[in-house]
Design a protein around this ligand. Structure first.
Ligand code: DGJ
Length: 703
């Protein structure tokens, strides 16, 4: 509901409230938090207008936008540079309530929703700024739009999606930081005085920082306390800026990063920011995650796939890498038969002459040396064995040693006169050029339309370098979305798994198209507990693509029991990445059981409420519980690290059950009330290093 009374604006859905007012033409922020029940007629006399009593002060009032050069000395959320424009002064022009959110030219939350649109104008610079506010299921989505109404170009150096002012407090922030093979480490620190920036200038989201931040009350825990969560729906350069001012108010500015020199905005040109999702809860970090999860399942993930069973795949990468031919693949496929696997995914190496990572990207033509009968023979073999087929592409890449590069060297992003920087022996195609996107769409379409393919793994294995015009970064990301749009429309039955050397592009915009993303190139189950725990802070488990791989693990050399590998991978969209043609009978039996158990629990895992019970970042253990929406079922996985003798391990207290209902713990046969499970708990027992306990809990009483 959007209430307007005189110059006060109050958005509320009964769960959260967001309010601001207009003073001297400026938008002054007044509240973001738990719903305030304020009758519209009383708004002028309510807390929403408390700040109105104070005299105007650019330097200390909380604002809906941060500006430069006019006395607000904090981080700006909009800024222009260049001749005559060291400052901006946007003043209120009008506000209207729209029936629906206007279309962004990029992914955003789906579904019709009432939207408040506020228009401001800088009369001197002739710039118009629009701020959009949309409430969705306990969250606020915000984006901005800037239009150059002048007759000359301006250089835009900042256009954030939102400026959010958090009231005076004592805050920590939680960010998801990492590196290749170790994405999304949970990093909680005090918000210091001054400015904290988390950003990517790699042209893509990055393994280093996720476009997510939570600002939490110092005393907030996993299940209690005030938490503000922010997640940007974007896959390119971004910046999260937090500024704690002298009064310990925190300004949170998040948006795409326009880089050093900014980008030019031509006369009449409009730039739209990505959408920022803002969540508030007083139910701790776990409460925040559950809001993000429900919201993304309902409003972000493609409804064709959301909440539906994901196929259990076996992927060829760690099994055979580039070293395969038709006979080997057929043995692999026959090996997968009988395990319950739904789809065989052929990873890198099927095209051009790609025997290593040094050639052929861009040449999406079947390698007849390896596959003399084409993909059809492989696909037929899958079908004969009762499985579907999926295939790998890296659409945005081109190898210097490729026919595509030889024909169109100018399609690779590069600086004239300089040799481009190679990373993983490859360049990035300039997806800001429609001709490039057209070409890649055509080559992928040829493969997809000529074959029975139900699954694509879309990889992206390097950052963008050698950019001469910052505008390319913005156009590039649009090109990626354009290709996704076209492929999704042309091949609606195809599920596209996202991937970027693992989770290097695990962001909500990719999730808009790809209902699941390869979480990490590190498939070691022990390492994965941390990666998956971190990702789950804002991304639903159904979006985490997790595979069971061989031991010793190819990345860490560690050996973890197959049962544990299965248990950890089951906390998401389960798959396998080991040579199923070479499994022992014992391992085959374990995997068969794992897949069957996963399939019977899959709907709880994919649609239930997640409770993170033990953090692998704070302890030597990991435990997650998922409770079905009707609270009739729970699935719990606990994993330890190094085992020790005589170890005092406490019971694990479950959450989210019905206190006075009775539940059967299938593994032990015990019947316990919800209260017993939640307040007394379950005793884990670990017999060896990296052991897992898995509990299936089912309600057995009528009540
Ligand atoms: C990086 C991905 O993350 C891997 O899973 C695999 O697909 C390789 N690329 C293939 O080159």
């Amino acid at each position: 509901m959007i209430n307007i009374c005189d110059d006060i604006y109050h958005l509320t859905d009964g769960r959260i409230s967001y309010a601001f007012f207009v003073k001297d033409g400026k938008l002054v922020h007044s509240y973001f938090g738990k719903a305030l029940y304020v009758d519209p007629s009383r708004m002028n006399a309510s807390v929403l207008s408390a700040l109105k009593k104070h005299s105007f002060g650019f330097d200390w009032l909380p604002f809906e936008i941060g500006e430069t050069g006019r006395g607000d000395f904090r981080i700006p959320s909009v800024a222009v540079t260049g001749e005559g424009f060291a400052s901006t002064d946007f003043r209120f022009v009008s506000a209207e309530v729209l029936d629906d959110k206007p279309k962004l030219n990029m992914p955003s939350l789906r579904g019709k929703a009432e939207t408040l649109a506020v228009t401001l104008k800088d009369e001197v610079a002739c710039l118009e700024l629009k701020l959009y506010y949309t409430l969705y299921d306990g969250a606020l989505a915000r984006h901005t739009e800037i239009i150059n109404k002048a007759d000359k170009s301006v250089t835009l150096s900042v256009l954030d999606s939102a400026c959010t002012e958090l009231d005076i407090g004592n805050y920590d922030y939680i960010s998801l930081d990492g590196r290749w093979g170790a994405e999304c480490g949970v990093n909680r620190q005090s918000v210091p005085y001054g400015i904290v920036t988390l950003s990517s200038m790699r042209g893509v989201t990055s393994h280093q920082h996720n476009p997510f931040v939570a600002v939490v009350d110092k005393n907030a825990t996993e299940e209690s306390g005030e938490v503000y969560g922010f997640n940007l729906i974007y896959s390119g350069n971004f910046a999260v800026n937090l500024e704690r001012d002298e009064k310990s108010r925190v300004r949170v500015n998040i948006g795409m990063k326009l880089n050093g020199g900014g980008i030019s905005l031509e006369p009449g040109e409009t730039l739209i920011s990505p959408e920022l999702v803002c969540v508030y809860t007083d139910e701790g970090v776990g409460g925040m995650s559950r809001i993000f999860h429900k919201l993304y399942r309902a409003r972000l993930i493609d409804p064709r796939f959301a909440d539906l069973p994901r196929p259990v795949v076996v992927n060829s990468w760690e099994s055979v890498y580039f070293d395969f031919d038709e006979a080997k693949l057929k043995r692999f496929i026959s090996g997968a038969k009988g395990l319950g696997i739904d789809t065989v995914v052929l990873d890198d190496g099927w095209f051009g002459k790609r025997d290593a990572d040094n050639c052929s990207l861009g040449d999406w033509v079947i390698d007849r040396r390896k596959l003399p009968n084409g993909l059809t023979a492989v696909i037929d073999c899958c079908k004969q064995n009762g499985m579907k087929f999926g295939i790998w592409f890296e659409p945005e890449a081109v190898s210097p040693d490729s026919d595509l590069y030889r024909a169109h060297p100018d399609w690779a992003i590069g600086t004239a006169g300089r040799k481009g920087i190679e990373m993983r022996n490859q360049y990035v195609l300039d997806f800001s050029k429609p001709v490039v996107v057209d070409y890649i769409f055509e080559s992928m379409s040829k493969i997809l339309s000529e074959h029975d393919i139900s699954y694509v793994k879309w990889d992206m294995n390097r950052g963008i370098s050698d950019v001469t015009d910052n505008k390319l970064y913005v156009g590039y990301v649009r090109g990626v979305y354009e290709l996704y749009e076209r492929l999704s429309k042309a091949f609606p039955h195809v599920l596209i798994e996202g991937c970027s050397s693992g989770g290097g592009r695990f962001d909500p915009a990719i999730l808009y198209y790809s209902p699941m993303i390869w979480s990490s190139d590190d498939t070691d189950a022990h390492e994965r507990t941390k990666i998956q725990y971190g990702l789950s802070l804002c991304y639903p488990l159904q979006t985490l693509s997790n595979h069971v791989s061989v031991c010793p693990n190819h990345q860490t050399g560690r050996t973890v029991p197959l049962e544990t590998r299965g248990a950890v991978a089951s906390l998401g969209s389960l798959g396998y990445e080991l040579n199923v043609a070479e499994l022992s009978e014992k391992d085959r039996a374990i995997i068969k059981k794992q897949v069957a158990a996963y399939k019977s629990d899959r709907s709880v895992i994919l649609t239930g409420d997640l409770y993170r019970l033990v953090s692998p970042f704070e302890t030597d253990m990991f435990c997650e519980e998922i409770v079905s929406a009707d609270k009739k079922k729970a699935y719990v996985v606990a994993v330890n690290t190094l085992n020790k003798v005589n170890l005092p391990i406490g019971r694990i207290k479950l959450k989210g059950l019905i206190e006075d209902a009775l539940y059967l713990v299938e593994e032990s046969g015990e019947v316990m009330s919800g209260a017993e499970l939640m307040h007394f708990g379950l005793q884990p027992e670990f017999g060896c290093d990296f052991a897992a306990n898995v509990w299936h809990i089912k309600k057995c009483s009528k009540k």
